[in-house]
Design a protein around this ligand. Structure first.
Ligand code: MG
Ligand code: ZN
Length: 222
């Protein structure tokens, strides 16, 4: 048992070292890296499609997609005219920094935003930094407002909470204030956005936040 614990600590330590190198290299170049985490079907790819549409004329963006199988999400992003790389983990339920490190040399160096969509899973992705400056956790309204305290690490390690599929709120027993309160109890510094990728409501505020975060990274050429 003890030996297993040491092995896990070693894996996480190595991952963190690679992640810190990615973070430093990207921030030096003025690239804002975001890691999007959620359970499957919370709307990560739908949000990225909307962000691609809205940001691509003003900024250079790139997307790395993580899934267990298929190229589907990368194809959806490419259809928006944005370069996307698909990582298929072949069964692994989270991305690791070394996977991102293998893709980075293929990504143009002068991009403004690099979005990493993690494998749909609210559990172990939270333990693996990928070099992100901003960690975004999505919780969609059909999943229920009680999830933050059931999956605390995803919410306590995130910088931003996106409550997605807000267009469904009139039809669901989802208590927005409860979800916010649970998340803030775990993590008082969370920035919270309520939005719908489908209708576009709430998207402007989130985009303003992203643009400001990018500017804070490299004020000189913002
Ligand atoms: Mg997806
Ligand atoms: Zn995993």
């Amino acid at each position: 048992m003890k030996k297993q614990l040491y092995v896990l600590q070693d894996i996480l330590g190595t991952n963190q070292k690679i992640a810190r190198e990615i973070k430093a290299a990207c921030e030096d170049k003025g690239v804002l890296v975001l890691n999007l985490m959620s359970s499957p079907g919370a709307g990560k790819t739908a949000l990225l499609e909307k962000l691609a549409e809205r940001l691509k004329n003003r900024y250079k963006i790139a997307v790395i997609e993580g899934d267990i199988e298929t190229e589907r999400d990368a194809e959806r992003i490419r259809a928006k005219g944005v370069p996307a790389w698909q990582i298929t983990t072949g069964g692994a339920c989270h991305l690791e920094a070394k996977m991102i490190a293998r893709i980075l040399p293929l990504v143009e160096a002068d991009i403004d935003f690099l979005f990493i969509e993690n494998v749909g899973n609210l559990v172990c992705p939270a333990s693996y930094e990928l070099g992100e400056r901003i960690r975004v956790v999505l919780l969609s309204t059909p999943e229920g407002d009680d999830k933050p305290k059931k999956y605390p690490k995803a919410f306590s390690t995130a910088d931003v909470l996106v409550l997605s599929k807000a267009d469904l709120l009139p039809y669901l027993p989802f208590d927005l204030e409860r979800a916010k309160k649970e998340a803030l109890d775990l993590n008082p510094r969370l920035r919270i956005f309520v939005l719908s990728a489908l209708t576009g409501e709430g998207l402007d505020d989130f985009i303003d936040f992203l643009v400001d975060a990018r500017s804070a990274l490299s004020p000189a050429d913002a």
